[in-house]
Design a protein around this ligand. Sequence first.
Ligand SMILES: Cc1cc2nc3c(=O)[nH]c(=O)nc-3n(C[C@H](O)[C@H](O)[C@H](O)COP(=O)(O)O)c2cc1C
Length: 307
Amino acid sequence: MDLSVNLAPKNSRGLLLANPVMTASGTFGYGTEYGDLVDIQKLGAIVCKGTTLEPRPGNPQPRVTETASGVLNAIGFQNVGVAALIAEKAPVWAGWRVPVIVNITANTIEQFGQLAALLNNVKGVSGIEVNISCPNLKSGGMEFGLEPEAAAQVTAAVKKATSLPVIVKLSPNTHRVVEIAAAVAGAGADALTLINTLKGMAIDIYSRQPVLGNLTGGLSGPAIKPVALRMVYEVAGTVQIPIIGCGGIAAGNDAIEFIMAGATAVQVGTATFANPHASLDVLAGIEQFLRQQNINRIADITGAAKH
Ligand SMILES: Cc1cc2nc3c(=O)[nH]c(=O)nc-3n(C[C@H](O)[C@H](O)[C@H](O)COP(=O)(O)O)c2cc1C
């Protein structure tokens, strides 16, 4: 059975995965934390925690709260910073079979370019995932990912600074996702990830205050799967680059839905918190479905639900 996928067919370096199951940024640390629990080398790829130029301490507590069929989080990009990532994490990744993709985030277009340049020739880094769901300080705090022009500018700056495959991760908090996807693809993105978390909040009725220290947070988990699936389906009908589906995937059948909607690969996020093996369970579920259905190549069902 051939499960391999190429996430960057138009990039000379390519991004070949042995199978389409990846971990989602912020839900699998740097991969190293899970080494004793999961055979991480069996995964298609690992996407590390969102990385910034400087280390960040993150948001005030509480940062996570459970909701019906989901989780609200406002971690606030707590991370070690790109210099420590290059010095301490990448040398470990360089010895792995599984490719590691570094998720980057910034508050100016220049910072995005700097991050991409610093990561360009680092051994152990196979690609960059650009999180554009963060405020643009030069534009009154409006998120880059909510405006086609700004999203395209970030993409172009990152592409200019690196020859690594560049995946742009889109925000679902907009009615313009198809337009934004087209702008990002037009600016040279090698692939897209859809979706990041949906903005939400929870209130403690006894303290009469928002539960999260940050007041609002991002909703993830099974609650967002239908929204994510719809966005993948809509965008797949518009762009010619690979799409990575993400949002509420916890089992093989969830992943198959995304692949039939047009995704080339999938990411597993929140499901990992309840079950550290979730991503490998998703992989086993995909294999089981393909075997049952006598399908030899994952590519044979990619986009099958498209009209
Ligand atoms: C605790 C937590 C931290 C996250 N951190 C990041 C991050 O640093 N960068 C990013 O692009 N997405 C981040 N995400 C979003 C996930 O990668 C994913 O897009 C989202 O959770 C939807 O997938 P899921 O429903 O499978 O979790 C985070 C999600 C959670 C729950």
